[in-house]
Design a protein around this ligand. Structure first.
Ligand code: GDP
Ligand code: GDP
Length: 437
């Protein structure tokens, strides 16, 4: 399981700059906890092939009238509690402040591995200014520049040193016919209700997943002859021999479950419409490449006018998931649950569809005959053949010449034809162009 690193520190020291650098273009999940001035951000990051999760605590605009110090402490505490290691960011240009000392005092007793990053230290790797930060009692300060990208690799090497990483974290989860399923969605969409409904219906044998450092739980069960393994996102608890979902929304758990899953069931709340947080989670799932089925829960609680509006808003706001089937359900009233199993199985089968080189090549050639790619500069892209480069998500690698000129629109056109031929539903797919000159 990916280690979790929290970035903490007072406002303006450069935490979000560091977060953005670590997560690059990858989508962040934003946990918009009501009442907080700024949200916590979660994102995937990597050093070489070691992947980890970063949490940015944001920090708060200093405002003495609203007890902001208290809020900051709360943010920091929550992020620290979720993390395996903490990077405490300070600002070398402003020097040591009383607030830094307060945070350091808290961190020293938090019983986590703490690393002190002295930011904005571009070009001053051995400046005497760094010396004063020893006072914080958090070990050797690591000078970094978040905005210039200096010192970050050596900081991360130190932070990640004790963690074990699997050989190939990028590899899709194993394809052994068991569907690893994660149920994702923001607080109150009905994840626990749905899971408890399922768990109540089945005779379940639950076990602790082997090979993980955390006590993650996976619950195996069978439906229509298909084996599933439910990956915990919702705080599954053992109650004697029975398992029960007690929802405590954890973004970290959600991210880890998505990484471990083959298929994600993303729940939306019909009574709330599509929120930014839904869109963030959906974007993250898409980025992860996992197969996805959408379920609009609490369908029982809205009238026909609201249903129409909701369908339109899903089409607009989640347009990027239009490959995902949508099911309207009521976990509470146990309505619409049956067809979900088929949709999950289809999404899984699509994610692992085998595509042969001759068929892919024929599809590509037919696509070109039907519509040639536009000339770009002096050259017209020449698509020669294609092969399958991966599964979950399906990856098609197209070979040819001058393929840099293939537009995004043309890739979408190819994707549409490949999807139609292989009847891919519920899985994203990727197309990569590989020029041979
Ligand atoms: P946060 O409030 O801790 O998240 O801080 P931000 O990431 O928003 O950064 C606060 C300010 O510091 C911004 O103006 C950044 O451009 C600037 N900043 C961040 N990192 C560096 C750095 O390494 N060097 C310098 N000179 N400025 C930086
Ligand atoms: P979670 O935070 O995603 O685990 O959500 P819960 O399962 O705790 O559900 C949040 C609230 O929504 C509870 O009060 C449930 O009773 C209610 N709820 C869940 N599913 C449904 C449903 O299908 N219809 C209606 N009307 N309410 C539901």
């Amino acid at each position: 399981m990916k280690p979790v690193i929290a970035l903490v520190g007072r406002p303006n020291v450069g935490k979000s700059t560091l977060f953005n650098r670590l997560t690059k273009s990858r989508d962040a999940i934003v946990a918009d906890f009501a009442g907080l001035t700024r949200d916590r951000h979660y994102g995937d990051a990597r050093l070489g092939d070691r992947e980890f999760i970063v949490i940015d605590t944001g920090g708060f605009e200093p405002d003495s009238t609203t007890g902001i110090v208290k809020e900051m402490a709360k943010q920091t505490r929550q992020a620290v509690a979720e993390a395996d290691a903490v990077v405490f960011v300070v600002d070398v240009r402003l020097g040591l402040s009383a607030q830094d000392s307060d945070i350091a005092r808290y961190l020293r007793q938090a019983n986590k591995r703490i690393f002190l990053a002295v930011n904005k230290a571009e070009g001053m790797s051995d400046s005497p200014l760094l010396g004063e930060f020893h006072e914080l009692g958090l070990g050797e300060p690591h000078p970094i520049s978040a905005s210039h990208g200096q010192g970050i690799r050596s900081l991360l090497e130190a932070v990640l040193e004790p963690f074990e990483f699997e050989e190939d974290e990028e590899a899709a989860p194993e394809n052994d016919g068991v569907i690893r399923l994660a149920v994702a969605g923001r607080p109150n969409v009905g994840k626990s209700t749905l899971i408890n409904t399922w768990l109540g219906e089945e005779r379940l044998v639950a076990f602790d997943m082997p090979g993980t450092t955390r006590d993650a739980i996976a619950v195996p069960f069978e439906r229509n002859g298909q084996q599933f393994q439910l990956i915990d996102t919702a705080g599954l608890r053992r109650k004697g021999k029975v398992f029960e979902a007690i929802e405590k929304f954890s973004v970290v758990k959600t991210l880890q479950a998505i990484a471990d899953a083959n298929v994600v069931l993303l729940l939306l709340d019909a009574t709330q419409g599509v929120s930014d947080q839904d869109a963030h989670i959906a974007g993250y799932i898409l980025e992860s490449g996992r197969a996805v089925v959408l379920a609009v829960n609490k369908w029982d609680a809205i009238d026909s006018y609201q249903r129409e509006q909701l369908q339109r808003s899903i089409e607009q706001r989640l347009a990027f998931l239009k490959f995902a089937p949508i099911h309207n359900i009521s976990a509470l009233k146990r309505q619409g649950l049956g067809p979900l199993w088929g949709a999950l199985a289809d999404a899984y089968a699509s994610a692992y569809r085998k595509m042969t080189t001759p068929v892919l090549t024929r599809l590509i050639q037919e696509a070109v005959e039907h519509q040639t790619p536009k000339r770009s500069g002096h050259f017209r892209p020449k698509l020669r053949y294609a092969h399958q480069g991966g599964m979950n998500p399906p990856l098609v690698i197209v070979h040819g010449n001058s393929l840099e000129g293939v537009t995004e629109a043309y890739k979408r056109y190819l994707e549409g034809r490949i999807r139609a031929h292989y009847k891919l539903v519920g899985t994203p797919m990727r197309i990569e162009m590989r020029s041979s000159k």
